[in-house]
Design a protein around this ligand. Structure first.
Ligand code: ZN
Length: 150
């Protein structure tokens, strides 16, 4: 168990240090600003929809390790998914990180994203982990807005 946690930690640190899909997306069809005032995480998310699926997700800004890693992992996970597949993933992710401690977080087919279930041990970080996902949902809903976790 310890080794597994260690591995999870490494993946988060890796994505926080070298976030994937970081930067502006010129052909974005949706742009959303996500803000978590509790921690100070602030990102702009760019989503490009093409032929009924998510062509690319990019983000820029700054935040803590958890919010950055979550955004990075999210941007990889939803690429080439349809909006409805992405919505299902958002719902599953939120269920996972809010599942009570001591219960199986049910990561289902979230794959690598399952590593973020560890934030359940640190309730204050849950909003860090979900910021990218709230923002993606807002982008898919077609909102042109600023999303705040508060
Ligand atoms: Zn944070």
């Amino acid at each position: 168990m310890y080794d597994l946690r260690e591995l999870y930690q490494q993946v988060i640190v890796d994505h926080a240090r070298a976030p994937r899909n970081f930067g502006r997306l010129e052909n974005a069809t949706q742009t959303i600003q996500g803000f978590n005032p509790l921690c100070g995480d602030k990102f702009t998310f760019y989503v490009a929809l093409k032929d009924g699926s998510i062509d690319a997700v990019r983000f820029e800004g700054s935040g803590c390790a958890i919010s950055t890693a979550s955004a990075s992992l999210m941007s990889e996970a939803v690429e080439s998914k349809t909006p409805s597949e992405a919505r299902e993933m958002i719902t599953r992710f939120q269920k996972m990180v809010t599942a009570p401690l001591g219960t199986d977080p049910s990561t289902g087919d979230l794959g690598k994203l399952g590593i973020l279930s560890g934030v359940r041990e640190f309730p204050v970080r849950i909003k860090c982990a979900t910021l990218a996902w709230h923002s993606l949902r807002a982008a898919l809903d077609g909102e042109e807005a600023v999303i705040s976790t508060e």
